[in-house]
Every structure is written in C-alpha cells, then in structure tokens.
Write a new protein. Structure first.
Lengths: 143, 327
C-alpha cells in the first residue's frame, strides 16, 4: 500500500436535498475532499442495500447515503424507511465484520452546503483510518 | 405435552371435514433421527402422524411452495383448505405470512401444538451416533427420552435442543384454530440469543470468524429454499439483469449472499432455525438471524409473527426511530 491512501467513497444522494446541497457546495466554491463519487438517486428510500454491497464489492472503501432531514422528504416518508433499513444494515455489516466507519448515513438539506463539506470530510477521515477494503472486493474474472 | 392419539384423533376429524383438502404433519422417517413431512389425505392416513422432539421441519413452508398449475378450461380451482400441524415457531411463520398477505386466513386450518423444543441432530449425533433405523423420542420434563435399537437413553434438554429452541420465547402457538394439549411455560426470555460472544469480539475477529464460516458455503441455497419467509417468485439470486449476486463461489460473493439473505429476513425471521438445520456445510446462519431479531426487538420494539394484523417491519416506520448513527 502506498503511503498516502486515498479512499474511494461512493455516495448515494437524494435528488431533492443532498444532491442540491452538494450542488450548492460546488457553486459556492466550498473546497472539500474529492474522494466522493456521487450517484444521484430520487430518494434515499430508493437505495437498495444491494447498492451498498455492490459498491463495496466493486472496489469502494466506504459508502455514504445522504438524504433529506426527517419530515422534509419530497415523497413524505422515503427517508424514514431508509433510516430503518440502513440502521439495521449497518448493524448486520458490523456483526459480519465490516468496520462501521465504512458505512455512513447523513441528513443534508439543499441549503446545507457547509454541512455537506463537513460530512464528506468526516467520512473521508473515517475511511482513511480504516484503510482500503480489499477483503470484500469482487475477484476479477479473467475469461 | 400432547398425546399422539389426541393429534391423530383431531387430524381424522379435520381431514374428514368437507372444506379441508389435506392435513400436513410429520411421520416417522425411514432413517435415523429424521422425520418426514406427511400429507394426510384420508382419515385412515392419520394413524401415521407423530409429534416428537425430532419434528423440526417447519411445515408452513408448504403453503407457499405448493405449485398452482394452470387449470383446464371450465374447471374450478380447488379452494379447500390446507390444515397444518404447527409448533410455536411455525405458527409465528404462518402469522407473519398472514401479515405480509402471503397467504389468506381462509386458506389454512392451523392445529397448534405446544412444543418443548426440537433437537439439533448434530448435537445428538455427537452423543449417540445415528443408527440406521427410525428412532423414537419423547419429551420427559427436563429431559428427552430416546428409544434406540439397543435400549432407552435420556439426555438433558439444554444439551441437545437446537440453538434457536434454547432461546425460544414462543413455545406455544400464537395463532391456531385448534389447540391441542396443555400450554407449556416459556423457558427463555430471549436475552441469551447466542450472539453475545461474537458481539464482544473485535471487528477484525468477527470478519475472520465469518470468513471461515462462509468459505464453506456451497451456495446450494438450501437455506433460502427451506425458509418460510423466502417465497418471492422472482429471487434476486436468480435474476440475471441486473445481476446482483454472482454465481461464483468465492469469499466476496458468499459474504454478499449471506448479508443479503439475512437482510431479507429483517423483522420477518421467526427463529424456527430451519436454515441452520438444513445447511450441509453447518454454517451458523441462526446467529445472523438472531442478531437481527435481537436488534429489531431491542431498538425498534418490533417482533415478527406475533400479530397477523401488523404492518411488516420494513414497510413501516416510526418517526421516533433511533438515528444516532446518522451524521
């Protein structure tokens, strides 16, 4: 492993809040770590736990799921279901031996460009601490 | 404790009813400790029914496994009911299926049997190697009495009961049309679910533990097939587009499969222990399920298979759900 490990983080952002929040951070020229690869989804309720698992299998070192604050969901309750789902997915992954610092969830609203920066920095810091996640990577199949 | 004769008598009455097609129960297997599921079609068949500590199969599975072939033109479908012998956990499985609208209440007749726990065959084999002929077993207070070819033997219950039975909180059926026998007292508060030891280990140790376990997985999917709650007609494991689960048997895919399997049972698992029992590689799948059952109960106050009117756990939410993990 090289000395400076740059974590590879996949972020699932909800279209209505977090994606707009990240957009605001961008347009306001807020500088934050560039390790995050953003995938826009319509709602955090849309994020299937398989997305998280597949991201980790395909080489992500950490995953971030971000959506609207409870009560602000564009679809009324999508983030509530997501909260239950990922709380337990995190527990299960932790039980199986995936470091809890690899999976994060956050609420970032459209006006919180500053918070988005903080969240990203926290996630990058956490994942850097745990290091690369080689054990779960999908083997490359050479046909 | 239910007398075998009571069960057979009740089964005869039920099968003789106009609106009942058949009754599914257990009968003595042809080999060792095994019992086989048994379809009682006529009152005479009922003579073979048994209920003993060996009757671990969860028969609720057959409600959704039944193949429904397209009917010839003009023929009416058979709408008669299916009767089932259910232990405590099996009745919870039926209740959970009802809550999920997987079956209809009118479709089933549940015959409830209070159960004092079923054995773990592997634990028993360690004590007494499996013989070739059918073995009889019965509950006898704190012990279970076996009749082997060379005489009787008794073993303490806590030594040979299946792990999920040791932490069972619902030995009595929660829902039944006909209750047989006397209710038994629950022996566990469900606190000691067998996962505490692993919970205390470090993350790296847990990964090492599960890596060793999952490396044995053959991906035969017996755990999914036997699970009462896995009744989707279109399973992600077989879906090719998008292909979420690769067929290759390696650590990454095995881990992903086991996470997905356990996660599909969040708030649905009724702890019948069937997955662990059928696993040919002896992977402690019950631990994964028990961990989630425990978290769901302690953190969200929800329990699967108790109320047929409840909304499934993952299809509902509480605005006060805990969110201390959220940034």
């Amino acid at each position: 492993m090289s000395e400076s490990f740059e974590p590879n983080i996949v972020a699932f952002l909800c279209n209505w809040c977090s994606y707009a929040g990240a957009d605001l951070a961008g347009t306001s020229r807020v500088k934050y770590a560039s390790n995050v690869k953003v995938i826009r989804v319509m709602c955090t309720g849309r994020v299937n736990p398989l997305f998280v698992m597949n991201a980790l299998q395909q080489g992500a070192d950490g995953v971030l799921i971000s959506g609207c604050h409870p009560g602000d969901c564009h679809y009324m309750e999508g983030n509530m279901y997501a909260r239950r789902r990922f709380g337990l997915l995190k527990e299960l992954m932790e039980f199986i031996g995936v470091d809890p610092r690899r999976i994060h969830m956050s609420w970032v609203s459209a006006s919180e460009g500053g918070k988005w920066k903080e969240v990203v920095e926290k996630v990058v810091e956490d994942v850097s601490e745990v290091g690369p996640f080689e054990q779960f990577k999908r083997d490359k199949i050479n046909w | 404790m239910v007398e075998q004769t009571t069960i057979r008598q009740k089964a005869k009455e039920i099968v003789a009813r106009e609106d009942v097609r058949h009754l599914i129960g257990w009968r003595k297997g042809t080999f060792g400790y095994r019992v086989s599921p048994y379809w009682v079609e006529t009152p005479e068949d009922a003579e073979e029914l048994i209920f003993s500590p060996l009757c671990s199969p969860n028969l609720t599975n057959y409600l959704t496994l039944e193949e429904k072939l397209p009917l010839p033109k003009g023929e009416e479908p058979d709408r008669r009911k299916t009767a089932l012998l259910v232990k405590g956990c099996d009745s919870r499985a039926a209740v959970q299926l009802l809550a999920e609208k997987g079956i209809e209440r009118e479709q089933v007749v549940l015959v409830g049997l209070p159960c004092q726990g079923v054995i773990d065959q592997l634990k028993l084999e360690e004590k007494y190697p499996e013989g070739s002929s059918g073995v009889n077993a019965e509950w006898n207070g704190e012990t279970i009495r076996f009749t082997f070819p060379d005489g009787e033997k008794e073993f303490a219950r806590e030594e040979i009961l299946a792990d999920d039975c040791l932490s069972c909180r619902y030995p009595n059926p929660v829902l039944a049309d006909e209750m047989l026998g006397e209710e038994v007292e629950a022996w566990s508060d469900g606190k000691n679910a067998g996962v505490e030891e692993l919970e205390k280990a470090s993350v790296a140790d847990r990964w090492a533990f599960w890596e060793k376990e999952f490396s044995r997985c053959l991906r035969c999917y017996a755990c999914r097939n036997v699970c009462t709650m896995c009744y989707c007609e279109d399973c992600i494991l077989e879906r090719l587009n998008p292909n979420w689960m690769f067929r290759s048997v390696n650590h990454s895919e095995n881990t992903a499969f086991h996470i997905a399997r356990a996660f599909h049972l969040v708030g649905r698992c009724v702890s019948c222990g069937e997955c662990e029992r059928v696993c040919p590689a002896g992977i402690p799948l019950g631990k994964l399920n028990q961990k989630l059952v425990k978290e769901v109960r302690e953190q969200y106050g929800f329990e699967a298979g108790v109320d047929p009117e409840s909304i499934p756990f993952q299809a509902s939410y509480n605005p006060q759900d805990q969110e201390d993990f959220i940034l």
